[in-house]
Ligand binder design. Structure first.
Ligand code: SF4
Length: 122
């Protein structure tokens, strides 16, 4: 069992206990505050609690449906039409769109909005 912290972009920063068997994650659960630990590695604010999303994270990581290569949308949003792309092509496309956005809107453009736009317009 490995004690760690949730790596997702959530402000809770829950403490986790991850069980690994033969190199595979077999269980993810909350890490309750353990007063005996000198390093206080448990988050007292989320003591013994994690969300359902992370509790079942291993199911998604090992799912045969997990997307393992970049996909570029070829149809309208929601149409489910994509084509596979290489990592080089995908990264080149993102770099091109960032460069174009900086040229169009300046270096302080809203990156979060950019990500939404690239997903919608690609
Ligand atoms: S386990 Fe869930 S609630 Fe906790 S930090 Fe991660 S994403 Fe946020």
């Amino acid at each position: 069992m490995v004690r760690t912290a949730c790596p997702l972009d959530c402000p809770d920063a829950c403490s986790l206990e991850v069980t690994i068997t033969s190199g595979w994650i077999t269980k993810i659960d909350a890490s309750p505050v353990d007063a005996s630990l000198v390093d206080a590695s448990s988050n007292p604010l989320t003591d013994g609690w994690i969300c359902k999303k992370v509790k079942h994270h291993a199911d998604r990581v090992y799912s045969p449906e997990r997307i393992m290569t970049p996909l570029i949308r070829t149809g309208k949003k929601g149409s489910g039409e994509f084509r596979r792309a290489s990592w080089d092509e995908a990264l080149d496309l993102v770099a091109k769109r960032i460069t174009q956005s900086i040229a169009d809107y300046g270096p302080r453009f809203d990156f979060a909005l950019f990500i939404q736009l690239i997903v919608v317009k690609t």
